[in-house]
Design a protein around this ligand. Structure first.
Ligand SMILES: NC(=O)C1=CN([C@@H]2O[C@H](COP(=O)(O)OP(=O)(O)OC[C@H]3O[C@@H](n4cnc5c(N)ncnc54)[C@H](OP(=O)(O)O)[C@@H]3O)[C@@H](O)[C@H]2O)C=CC1
Ligand SMILES: O=C1O[C@H](COP(=O)(O)O)[C@@H](O)[C@H](O)[C@H]1O
Length: 510
């Protein structure tokens, strides 16, 4: 029977019209992700009427120049293609605002401009500020917005801020940034973006677990042997990313945020409701329960870091990590990381979660695989070949989004022989359409005031606490664990295989 009292907790608020101000509007993120996401929402009729976009950046540009640069890229990357007529309507609402991030006068002019838009609208409107520039500018933008009187929500209209990643580079910097955010904007108006949470398949993890009766009873250490989370990329340091990446590394760039968020969705307890805090309360408990690898010995035992050396990816010759543009030739930054995470809760006691991420691997693929324990062997063990492995539930985050369940079946014929088969669900064929881009969903949610798919302050800080121990062991200790090497285009260093082999496990082949 349906529970009549929970209805209000699943009904979603509607996105509201607002002016979106993008800081860093001439940059890559705005051109490749944010504006195409807003355009696609417009195509689908999902963008609230009256949304205006103001691009804030340093270069001198007219509205026309700004719009044509955006259009050029939209033609290349928009998932729904580019319709000249839709674009013509859409671009009428795009404007450019030239200013330095450090220049208060530029924010005061912005405030006047926003007031003007409000007057045209016939009343005070909502504002959504999106900080899409390097993290070194986050503080400046936040403080100047406050000084310009732009950060306060009022009864009749709101003022919200979306902060891009990386949210700090370690725990102290994240805490500092959280303080700045919280003294400039209300926490309820703060949206720390993690675009993995906006991916359809990531959102489906909770649905798979809690809207199906068959998985949850098995979702614990009685039935699950271990879990693997793999994020493979077949790119290196293209597009001048080496400068940023060599200061960050795979652990900070992907594990601290995206992959720990996926892990917390897999491992969390059922939330009491679907409110933003209901869900985030449960996720943060997972992050808090991660066993800390807080000595160099524990890090050496449970974490592998690596760099690619020259090799071939997709048939193309590629240079090694240390030869990449803007990377230090003696760099000790990892382009690959594999780690074992233990979650010390009743549900997950002694179930390893293996997480790996690497650049220049054979293909782009992110997936979570749940490896169930083997059944008792009494019946089929005597067969030639025995029972061929156990059940594996695979959640493909990207590409070919979907879910598959591996199970053992009898091969048709007179003899009793067993073989693994797959039950496979593909989003594209089941729903007849591709998934929206993560930024589409997240932008709409921020316009609707729904922070469920954004990281909360304590989640970010707990994740950094775990990561900092590892970074410290690598960079501060007297006997830092080794940097492993592997050939670009292979599946990572042999040390990562050995990490699993110690517990009798193997990485799943993607
Ligand atoms: N690019 C991506 O795919 C992703 C990016 N991110 C994050 O998004 C953020 C932005 O990345 P990205 O777009 O690649 O960065 P870019 O370097 O491409 O863009 C930086 C932007 O900031 C502006 N800017 C820089 N300095 C100033 C200043 N002093 N005053 C005013 N404007 C200034 C630049 O303006 P101008 O050109 O006029 O100098 C430009 O618009 C980063 O935090 C990144 O980590 C996160 C996920 C993916
Ligand atoms: O945040 C980041 O994500 C991308 C990968 O994103 P995806 O949606 O294409 O999987 C990664 O390449 C980049 O290094 C990182 O900063």
């Amino acid at each position: 029977m349906k529970n009549p009292f929970r209805k209000d907790l699943v009904s979603r608020s509607r996105p509201e019209a607002c002016t979106v101000v993008i800081f860093g509007a001439t940059g890559d993120l705005t051109h490749r992700k944010l504006v195409p996401a807003l355009y696609n929402l417009q195509v689908e009729g999902a963008l609230p009427a009256g949304v205006k976009i103001i691009g804030f950046a340093r270069r001198d540009k007219s509205d026309e120049e700004f719009r044509s640069g955006l259009e050029e890229l939209n033609k290349k990357v928009s998932r729904s293609g580019h319709d000249d007529k839709v674009w013509a309507d859409f671009e009428q609402n795009i404007h450019y605002h030239q200013s330095e991030f450090q220049d208060q006068e530029g924010y005061d002019r912005l405030a006047e401009r926003l007031d003007e838009i409000d007057r045209e609208r016939g009343g005070k409107g909502n504002r959504l500020f999106y900080i899409a520039s390097a993290p070194s500018f986050f503080d400046d933008v936040l403080e100047h917005l406050k000084k310009a009187g732009l950060s306060e929500s009022e009864d009749s209209c709101w003022s919200r801020v979306i902060v891009e990643k990386p949210f700090g580079t370690d725990l102290p910097t994240a805490q500092h940034l959280n303080q700045v955010v919280n003294r400039t904007f209300n926490e309820k108006d703060t949206y720390r973006i993690d675009h993995y949470l906006g991916k359809e398949t990531a959102q489906n993890i909770m649905v798979l677990r809690f809207a199906n009766a068959i998985f949850e009873p098995l979702w614990n250490n009685n039935y699950i042997d271990h879990v693997q989370i793999t994020c493979a990329e077949n790119l290196g340091m293209e597009g001048g990313r080496g400068g940023y990446y060599d200061k960050a590394g795979a652990l900070r760039d992907m594990v601290q945020n995206h992959l720990l968020q996926l892990l917390s969705l897999v491992a969390m307890e059922p939330p009491t409701d679907l409110s933003a805090d209901g869900v985030r309360d449960e996720k943060v408990k997972v992050l808090r329960s991660m066993r800390q690898w807080d000595t160099p010995e524990l890090v050496a035992e449970n974490v592998v870091r690596g760099q690619y050396i020259a090799g071939h990816v997709d048939g193309e010759k590629v240079v090694g990590y240390r030869e990449e543009d803007r990377v230090d030739p003696e760099s000790m930054t990892e382009s690959y990381v594999a780690l074992k995470i233990m979650i010390d809760t009743w549900r997950w006691s002694e179930v390893p979660f293996y997480v790996r991420m690497g650049k220049q691997l054979p293909k782009k693929a992110t997936e979570i695989s749940i490896h169930f324990k083997e059944p008792p062997t009494v019946l089929f063990n005597a067969l030639a070949g025995g029972v061929p492995g156990g059940n594996v539930l695979v959640i493909r985050i990207q590409p070919d989004e979907g879910i598959s369940l591996r199970m053992v079946s009898k091969i048709p014929g007179a003899n009793l022989r067993l073989e693994p088969v797959k039950m496979d669900f593909h989003y594209a064929t089941s729903f007849g359409k591709g998934s929206p881009e993560a930024y589409e969903r997240l932008l709409l949610d921020s316009m609707a005031g729904d922070a469920t798919l954004f990281a909360r302050r304590d989640e970010v800080e707990e994740a950094w606490k775990f990561i900092d121990h590892i970074e410290n062991a690598w960079h501060e200790s007297k006997n830092p664990p080794e940097m492993a090497e592997f050939v670009a285009g292979s599946w990572g260093p042999k040390e990562a295989d050995e990490l699993l082999a110690k517990s009798g496990h193997k990485w799943r082949r993607l």
